[in-house]
Write a protein that binds this ligand. Structure first.
Ligand SMILES: [Zn+2]
Ligand SMILES: [Zn+2]
Ligand SMILES: [Zn+2]
Length: 84
C-alpha cells in the first residue's frame, strides 16, 4: 500500500486528495478526450473516486492551464498552502 505524502491517505481507494493549487481539475473533470470506452469509476493513476482530487504525481491528472498531462507539462501553478 502506498500512502500519499501530501494528504496522508492511502493512494488507492481514497475519495480525494487535498487541493494543492488553484484551478485544480478533479478526476472526472478532465476534457473529454478519453480513449476509454467507459469512464472508470476510480482514477487509473492514483485511485481517487470520481470527483476527487488526484494525488500528486498522478499521470492522469490534467493541468488547468494547458490541459495537458500535469506531471509533464511544466506550467507554473499557483500553489495553495496547507491550512493545518
Ligand atoms: Zn493525496
Ligand atoms: Zn489520479
Ligand atoms: Zn500545463
Amino acid at each position: 500500500m502506498v500512502i500519499c505524502e501530501f494528504c496522508g491517505k492511502m493512494e488507492t481507494g481514497s475519495d480525494s486528495c487535498i487541493q494543492r493549487f488553484e484551478g485544480q481539475i478533479p478526476f472526472g473533470g478532465e476534457p473529454n478526450d478519453w480513449t476509454f470506452g467507459d469512464f472508470p469509476s476510480s482514477c487509473g493513476g492514483c485511485g481517487v473516486a470520481m470527483g476527487g482530487l488526484h494525488h500528486p504525481g498522478c499521470e492522469v491528472e490534467r493541468c488547468p492551464k494547458c490541459l495537458g498531462q500535469l506531471i509533464s507539462c511544466g506550467c507554473e501553478l499557483i500553489e495553495i498552502p496547507l491550512s493545518i
